[in-house]
Design a binder for this molecule. Structure first.
Ligand SMILES: Nc1ncnc2c1ncn2[C@@H]1O[C@H](COP(=O)(O)OP(=O)(O)OP(=O)(O)O)[C@@H](O)[C@H]1O
Ligand SMILES: [Mg+2]
Length: 258
């Protein structure tokens, strides 16, 4: 049933500078599912994440993206966020001068509505509760957004944002790169908490490490701009042993359009 899926991507083709990077992506994510996308470097994983967001450099040649049975290809990024899409990128932005808690309050208010943050003390309590859960020092609430944060601290701050926003679908691109084990465990805690609450997560990575802590329900392999296989969690284990040699695209991938 279509209603069982939070995300449906149909025949998505996307180009950057006249080079077609996504060559017909078909992918679906079930409600409440943790779905991992794995694939070699340069296969189009980040392009897929940017295309979901609607980044202006990525040209949509054809196809459709539905979030909760509704097409989102023509929506602005903030409208997508209001519909429940959250994207976590590898390099979160630094905003000197804006304190974390103020930022979180504005984000929650603009995405979920001002009712959610009307009671400042109640919101503060919620922030502290999630910070404690993630093992983030309370002093971070007063620090400027990502300013001087280490890679791991930025990631923790992003997971905190995700827990407060409670999106329907969180898309996380290469969340594990550059993180130590403790930071990966924090990310995993956040993801597992969202899953417990019935939300869905699409986790994009080129290697297995984070999947030792986050157990995907399904795994898809993206190579040469296409999804070549979707299977259960055993596929991630298999890829750890064999690498991507069985998923070499048939012809030279990433064709140049003429
Ligand atoms: N802004 C851009 N301009 C030109 N080419 C790009 C751009 N972004 C991506 N590409 C190209 O598109 C292809 C796919 O890149 P993408 O970043 O999606 O790969 P990836 O699967 O995320 O790789 P990695 O595992 O290294 O993160 C690559 O050949 C890359 O060079
Ligand atoms: Mg990438």
């Amino acid at each position: 049933m279509k209603d069982d899926y939070i995300l449906n991507i149909n025949n998505l083709k996307v180009s950057i500078d006249d080079k077609q990077v996504l060559q017909g992506i078909d992918l679906s994510v079930k409600k409440g599912e943790v779905h991992a996308i794995m694939g070699p470097n340069g296969s189009g994983k980040s392009t897929l994440a940017y295309s979901l967001m609607g980044h202006p450099s990525y040209e949509l040649d054809s196809g459709d993206i539905e979030l909760d049975s509704e097409s989102i290809v023509d929506l602005e990024p903030h409208e997508k966020a209001q519909k429940g899409l959250f994207l976590a990128f590898q390099y979160p932005m630094e905003i000197p001068g804006l304190q974390m808690e103020s930022f979180l309050r504005s984000a929650v208010s603009s995405i979920k509505g001002s009712e959610e943050t009307k009671d400042v003390f109640d919101f503060h309590r919620k922030v502290l509760k999630e910070m404690r859960y993630l093992g983030i020092d309370e002093s971070f609430a007063d620090r400027y957004v990502n300013d001087g944060f280490s890679g791991g601290e930025k990631k923790r701050a992003e997971v905190l944002q995700m827990l407060l926003l409670q999106p329907k679908l969180a898309v996380m691109d290469e969340t594990d790169s550059g993180l130590d084990i403790d930071a990966i465990k924090v990310v995993a805690k956040g993801v597992n908490r969202l899953k417990e609450k019935g939300m869905s997560i699409l986790i994009i990575t080129h290697y297995q490490r984070i999947l030792d802590y986050i157990h995907p329900d399904r795994v898809s392999v993206l190579s040469g701009g296409k999804i070549l296989k979707t299977a259960g969690p055993e596929l991630a284990k298999e890829l750890e042993k064999t690498g991507y040699k069985d998923f070499v695209p048939k012809k030279s991938s990433l064709d140049v359009k003429f």
